[in-house]
Design a protein around this ligand. Sequence first.
Ligand SMILES: Cc1ncc(COP(=O)(O)O)c(C=O)c1O
Length: 445
Amino acid sequence: MHDDDDVTQKSEGFATQQLHAGLGPDPATGARAVPIYATSSYVFDSTEHAERLFAGVEPGNRYARVENPTAQAFADRLAALEGRPAGSAVPLASGQAATTAVMLTLAKPGGTWLVSDQLFGGTASVARKLLQPFGVTVRSVAPEADAIAAAGSDDVVGVWVETIANPSGHVPDLPALAEAAHAMGAPLVVDNTWGAGGYLCRPFEHGADVVVHSATKWIGGHGTAIGGAVVDGGRFDWAAQPDRFPAFARRDVHGRTMRDRAPGAPLAAQVVDLGLMTMGMTMSPHTAFTLLQGLETLDLRVQRACDNALALAQALGEVEGIEAVIYPGLEAHVSHATARRVLRNGFGSVLGLCFASEALARATIDRFQLVSHLANIGDAKTVAIHPWTTTHASLNDDAKRAGGVTPDLVRLSVGIETVDDVLADVTRAVQAAREALAAQPPGSR
Ligand SMILES: Cc1ncc(COP(=O)(O)O)c(C=O)c1O
């Protein structure tokens, strides 16, 4: 599975790799679909075999908290879609687990994480509840190269940004950010969840060092499973700064560092050691199987969703009651020019709809019929939520506004339905909400 001669790793096409990379026909049974290896453990050939596996001198399956062929097939396929060889990605129980594993792997007391001030709330929670209590400084900075450079110091252990910020649609200039991070000796970590498994953005091509995914969104794509992954870009020289990155200088009882054990992907090996072996944030094989089904149609779904989103962004701006549409695909968006350079194939499928008032925003959500009101994005179905009172409710008002969340905002994650039907549902719901509010006595609006 980790064989560099694997022909599937050499196929160039994204659409081919999303179907074939990772594991071809099952070597044991010939099954064409990747089987669900539902086992907790694996039989060893001999005590010598077991000893070699545990010493890490021979690759192989020891125990399913750490190794599982179904989960590894998913991770290897995702690695290929991000342009990396098999063995570069680690499957984890959720996007949140992937975030936690990377943040803790690089953290050390006295170290500093620089994180974008437009951050997914769960990532901010890792910073506040896990890193800070253990003596790690977390500084929130604008995801701009000059702001990052100004915040730089030699205790920075990582710079963390998202491909497309939620829900502001801000797209960071990844090459400039990579340069700023590298100038201070730190890696650039990109949460590429909104980059849709590499279909919309491949951060390693823009200088990033580590990629994190929530596979729960576009990768799974059907709202049926929670999962995540970390992908190692393989270029950052962790060993060159042993004081800044002590985990990479640590030697096991056999005297080897992680780079000795996994020269092409030492960060991935650290994440396996900390996130799976130590913390048990393991992806189940059943989840991996579900996510593999999603990956097989990734480009088709994401392209349709992006095309639908652009069409809706253009049409909804004309609907009375909607004051503005926030979408990086629109020329008026502050990130449009950067998005054209950093993204490919489309501008994502999430719109921010700014209404004339909070009351109208909420009344519209309550009147959706086709659009589902729920806390997710990247589903094949169009879904919506009021971020101010739900997904971003744990932030203070200033932090919400810094991230583009206002009381009058509705987040619409556009699916792959017939776009006219989504437009009709949103338009009807806005109209019905306006009529309902107009019918209320003035004091109660
Ligand atoms: C950008 C981003 N990163 C990470 C996560 C966390 O992923 P999960 O819900 O799979 O734990 C999310 C979830 O919404 C997200 O939007």
